[in-house]
Design a protein around this ligand. Structure first.
Ligand code: PGA
Length: 224
């Protein structure tokens, strides 16, 4: 049975108090599961300290990482600064590419810093060519990376891609970079099962539906 990943991406949301309430009420019911499922919660950087007591119920990730080492890079969070707190880092989300001008070259530098620090990179792509460039720029990515495939029209729109289409694109990507591929874009507890059943999809990335702990739990229960 394939290993599955369920990633919650909070994006730029939640005060400390809201994050604390979420952390206290999030109790994923994964008892009795037969499937190997890794839940990855990606809050904002400053929330990470609230998660000291999650005790292995789920893994933690960060939403972005500096392309530089630690040092005189004001405002940047380096991989070395967070490597004791997180197992994963998202890199190159389409919102980073769109609003912060991130290029494939910058994404590849971030991937290198993550790999150097022993943090598993989850690179977001919206088309297979981005995976192709990533593979060319950082061949080592395929040793421990994951890809989150998110078609632009589906992000935050309430209209997901069809599982069949997403699987087809994931198949193309998998031929280029043979790593676990997740689908993201308007995933909810109602449609998640269709995606995780597909051959080339090893899980899902969840934005909006991860902000409410009960909705996120319902989505996880649907997979379990
Ligand atoms: P969404 O976001 O689930 O709100 O569509 C997904 C994402 O951008 O990771």
């Amino acid at each position: 049975m394939k290993k599955l990943f369920i990633l919650g991406n909070w994006k730029s949301n939640k005060t400390m108090e809201e994050a604390r309430v979420w952390e206290q009420s999030f109790m994923p019911d994964i008892a009795g599961r037969t499937q190997d499922i890794t839940i990855i919660v990606c809050p904002a950087f400053h929330h990470l300290t609230l998660f000291a007591n999650h005790k292995g119920r789920y893994a933690l990730g960060i939403q972005d990482i500096s392309p530089y080492e630690s040092g005189a890079f004001t405002g940047a969070i380096s991989a070395a600064m967070v490597k004791d707190m997180v197992t994963y880092t998202m890199i190159g989300h389409s919102e980073r590419r769109k609003y912060f001008g991130e290029t494939d070259e910058l994404v590849s530098e971030k991937v290198k810093r993550a790999l150097d620090a022993g943090i598993r990179p989850i690179v977001c792509v919206s088309e297979p060519v981005q995976a192709e460039r990533l593979h060319a720029l950082v061949p080592a990515f395929s040793e421990s990376g994951l890809i989150l495939y998110e078609p632009l029209f589906a992000i935050g729109s309430g209209t997901s891609d069809s599982p069949e289409n997403a699987n087809k694109t994931a198949g193309f990507i998998h031929d280029i970079v043979p790593v676990p591929i997740l689908y993201g874009g308007s995933v909810t507890h109602e449609n998640v099962q269709g995606f995780v059943r597909e051959e080339y999809l090893s899980g899902v990335g969840v934005g909006g539906a991860s902000l409410d702990p009960k909705k996120f739990q319902a989505l996880i229960s649907a997979v379990v």
